[in-house]
Design a protein around this ligand. Structure first.
Ligand SMILES: C[S@@+](CC[C@H](N)C(=O)[O-])C[C@H]1O[C@@H](n2cnc3c(N)ncnc32)[C@H](O)[C@@H]1O
Length: 398
């Protein structure tokens, strides 16, 4: 859907003369009109007044024609639902076409990987069958994927596509199950609105990773958004990891002054917050499971799976990529279902050598749920810094 503003005003985007005439009448520059139209942004203030008056259209009608259904419009639709429904009932498109299940290309003790479009697989998965859904879709950044999918859709098209597979993810999720959605903040701000009406919002987790080069006139994009929802009031499983305290990378000394609180600090580590700054991008060739970008860190998946699932739980991820979710699920003894529309050789190869991921995972686990890792503890003792043990002794001595 494009040109919704111009359509509402009966303006032809190619008729420059008419646009100029309208712009003069409304008192809004052609550049601004173009901005409102291209971004489907509701004008405000005097611009809104001028546009409604020049277009002889009430504000409510303009909003509906632009698809801007804020709560005041929604209230009106609700109040008039009985009258509106018969008007639209017969125009609803029904997607009844049943497609066959995509081929299964890998089966392990715990999981199954299918090759094909997730939208073709999902209708074949049972409702309320997954304990955890994790999705890392393409970000519509015009990237070249091995699957050659179109990663340069119009914003509306991209969001519509996301809503389609999210609807299926929500259906497949068990009551009490958790859903995580990894995307750019821009897209997740829209998708959160969709999910807020279907699931219970838990957190917007900001994962601090620089994901592109600095852009002139913009802040340096430095975090991904990880949306976390559950179905129902609270999640069936919630055991977030605790993290070690931040230390100086050189001497392993304190970065913050803990003063008299040292003995109150939990030896199991610091509470996990909704800002994660310790997730490395997968850049090093040694750890990359496929060429190019779009591969998530094992550490990220380990944290999510640990937090929101138990052994033998079922995890579903509709966007396989290099198979990070599936590999971590398999190592952590969760059942899993996966699908990838593009080549799946990287995933198969990864499963042929899961030891590599398992070793990395065991290293990560040693660095969680402790206040100071054993490696750092040694260095702190050498350098004369306090340790939970020394603080305890000091307290007893007093
Ligand atoms: C961002 S990557 C996922 C990376 C993955 N999380 C990992 O860590 O390796 C997105 C993947 O989704 C795949 N994909 C895109 N559209 C798809 C669809 N409709 N069904 C299944 N997979 C799709 C792409 O080919 C790409 O490999």
């Amino acid at each position: 859907m494009k040109n919704l503003l111009y359509d509402a005003l009966n303006l032809d985007p190619d008729d420059k003369l008419a646009l100029h005439r309208f712009s003069r009448q409304a008192g809004v520059s052609p550049q601004k009109l173009d901005y409102y139209n291209r971004g489907n942004i509701l004008p405000s203030g005097s611009d809104l007044k001028g546009i409604c008056s020049a277009g002889d259209i009430p504000e409510l009608k303009l909003k509906i024609k632009m698809g801007i259904l804020d709560s005041s419009v929604r209230d009106l639709i609700l109040q008039n639902a009985d009258e509106i429904f018969p008007l639209i009932e017969n125009t609803v498109k029904r997607d009844n076409e049943s497609k066959s299940v995509p081929p299964k290309v890998l089966e392990t003790e715990l999981g199954s990987l299918y090759q094909g479009d997730c939208l073709e697989l999902m209708p074949h998965l049972e409702s309320e069958s997954a304990d955890l859904v994790f999705a890392d879709p393409p970000f519509n950044l015009n990237k070249l994927y091995p699957s050659k999918i179109d990663d340069n859709l119009k914003a509306e098209q991209y969001l519509k596509w996301c809503e389609k597979w999210l609807a299926e993810c929500v259906r497949i999720l068990k009551y009490g199950g958790s859903l995580f959605l990894w995307n750019l903040p821009k897209w997740n701000s829209y998708l959160a609105e969709y999910l807020n009406r279907r699931l219970t919002f838990r957190h917007w987790i900001s994962v601090n990773i620089k994901y592109s080069l600095p852009i002139r006139g913009r802040l340096y994009p430095s975090h991904y958004s990880l949306l976390y929802y559950c179905k129902g009031e609270k999640p069936n499983v919630f055991h977030p990891d605790r993290l070690p305290m931040d230390l100086c990378p050189h001497c392993r000394g304190d970065i913050k002054d803990y003063g008299g609180y040292k003995n109150k600090m939990n030896p199991e580590g610091i509470n996990l917050t909704d800002v994660w700054s310790d997730i490395p991008p997968v850049r090093h060739k040694k750890y990359k499971k496929r060429n190019g970008s779009n591969e998530l860190s094992v550490k990220l998946m380990d944290r999510i799976i640990e937090m929101a699932s138990d052994r033998d739980d079922v995890i579903f991820d509709p966007f396989g990529g290099s198979g990070t979710t599936y590999a971590v699920a398999e190592i952590k003894k969760r059942k899993w279902i996966g699908v990838e529309v593009g080549p799946i050789e990287d995933i198969i190869r990864r499963f042929d050598n899961l030891d590599e991921d398992a070793q990395y995972l065991s290293k990560i686990r040693k660095q969680t749920n402790c206040l100071i890792t054993s490696e750092d503890l040694k260095k702190r003792i050498e350098n004369g810094w306090w340790t939970p043990e020394s603080v305890k002794k000091e307290k007893i001595g007093k």
